[in-house]
Design a protein around this ligand. Structure first.
Ligand code: AMP
Ligand code: GLY
Length: 432
């Protein structure tokens, strides 16, 4: 059957979703707060609207006779866009607001794990009164992480001992005036992401990806939405064993068993510690940038996953092109703290050469595409090895005019991957 798919969201992640659907038997429509020229080029129509207003999304879905919808970002999920689409008869691939709390309420997320005895939950405590949280910091040995319970675009977490002192953490709690925070054990290890397609209790997992949240080379500077990411030609990453990957998959499967009727992507972010994977967080959607690593190597038709989820069929087993990927984001100078908007984006899919180009937050004007204050675009290299994939991504950026933009050169380089391997070997107490 011919499908009409509405894609909600306009970032790099959604451009990757649009690309994954472009060769399917589907007519695509996009909507987002800003126009993504990459999605618009692949779609039959693109509407600028507020994606956190469920009625606006439903009106557009009905207007284009959508038979399916994919909700990319977390904010519309929290706003109840999946609920509203389902009510109007358009199947949403993405959880309803209540189920999305696994991402949108970190206090709930931790309590859920504890209540259901899901392995890999760090020690934690939740606080509604910030002075109580400050006392908890005073009473602890200081190895704590401060997490606002609500959504912060990946920028609200502070790691004591890495990013700030206990005294600064208390100041942060008093000044930011969050309604609720989680204080939890600081995990030490290497982070990785595993994303799973979920429907009717079926879980289909994708290869592990490592994102880089810190703004600058060498994992320095403030947290960002993610500066880039890599994946290997195998399911696991070079610093992990297959058993580590399988342990992460088991945690996701146990979580899906405990969740009531979850549909969409469940994203597990893990810290691989000396004792195995521990959950940093769950997200209720694809990762951004991780979707740009995963979807280009997915050989299974993504539309088949969506229709199986809608029609109550078992989800197809996933096949992957066994290639490594490296994704690098170009962000405005000064991002994330003092970003400068308005630089001309000097790249297009032709000049990107062998790399894939995904647009994120850009402003398309008559005379070209300009940056906003968020991540502008990403390039993705695909190859036999991570090192070759990195070279492809780096070549694309070299060929582009990146005045006024910044990238993390180190993502996916052999040196960086070696340092991850060395770090894990050291934590596990043996030579790499
Ligand atoms: P989040 O917004 O939950 O993705 O957290 C942002 C970043 O904070 C993560 O990518 C980790 O690097 C770090 N982080 C979060 N929780 C912990 C933890 N319990 N231990 C160490 N680092 C953490
Ligand atoms: N890559 C981090 C996120 O999507 O939340």
């Amino acid at each position: 059957m011919h499908e009409t798919v509405l894609l909600v969201g306009g970032g790099g992640r959604e451009h990757a979703i649009a690309r994954a659907l472009a060769d399917s038997d589907a007519e695509l429509y996009g909507c987002a707060g800003t126009r993504n020229p990459g999605i618009a080029a692949l779609a039959a129509g693109f509407e600028t609207l507020d994606t956190t207003t469920p009625q606006a999304v439903v009106a557009y879905a009905e207007g284009v006779d959508a038979t399916l919808a994919v909700v990319g970002p977390e904010a519309p999920l929290q706003a109840g866009v999946a609920d509203a689409l389902a009510e109007s008869g358009v199947f949403p691939f993405g959880p309803k607001a209540d189920a999305a709390r696994i991402e949108t309420d970190k206090a709930y997320q931790r309590r859920f794990m504890r209540e259901h005895d899901i392995p890999g939950c760090p020690e934690f405590a939740t606080f509604d009164v910030m002075e109580r949280a400050c006392e908890h910091i005073d009473d602890s040995d200081g190895d704590l992480v401060v997490k606002p319970a609500g959504l912060t675009g990946g920028k609200g977490v502070r790691v004591i001992g890495e990013q700030l002192t206990p005294a600064e953490a208390k100041e942060y709690l008093r000044e930011s005036k969050y309604d609720r925070v989680v204080l939890e054990e600081r995990l030490v290890g290497e982070e990785f992401t595993v994303q799973a397609f979920v429907a009717d209790g079926d879980v289909r997992t994708t290869p592990a990806v490592q994102d880089h949240k810190r703004a600058y080379e060498g994992d320095e500077g403030p947290n960002t939405g993610g500066m880039g990411s890599y994946s290997a030609a195998t399911r696991e990453l070079p610093f992990m064993t297959e058993a580590d990957y399988d342990a992460a998959v088991s945690i996701i499967e146990e979580t899906v068993d405990a969740l009531d009727d979850y549909t969409g992507v469940l994203y597990g972010q893990f810290m691989l510690t000396a004792d195995g994977p521990t959950v940093v967080e769950f997200n209720a959607r694809f990762g951004d940038p991780e979707a740009m690593n995963t979807l280009p190597v997915l050989d299974t038709d993504f539309l088949d996953v969506l229709t199986a989820a809608r029609d109550g069929h078992s989800l197809p087993e996933l096949a992957f092109d066994e290639r490594a990927t490296v994704c690098k984001y170009a962000v405005p100078a000064g991002y994330p703290e003092n970003p400068d908007a308005g630089a001309k984006v000097g790249i297009d899919s032709e000049s990107a050469g062998d790399a894939l180009l995904f647009y994120a937050s850009v402003d398309e004007r008559d005379d070209g595409v300009y940056t906003t204050t968020s991540r502008a675009f990403a390039v993705v290299g695909l190859a036999e090895s991570i090192e070759e994939a990195e070279q492809i991504a780096a070549d694309a950026l070299d060929a582009a005019d990146t005045d006024g933009l910044r990238v993390r050169e180190d993502i996916g380089t052999a040196d960086l991957v070696e340092s991850r391997i060395g770090h894990m070997a050291e934590l596990r107490g043996h030579e790499g």
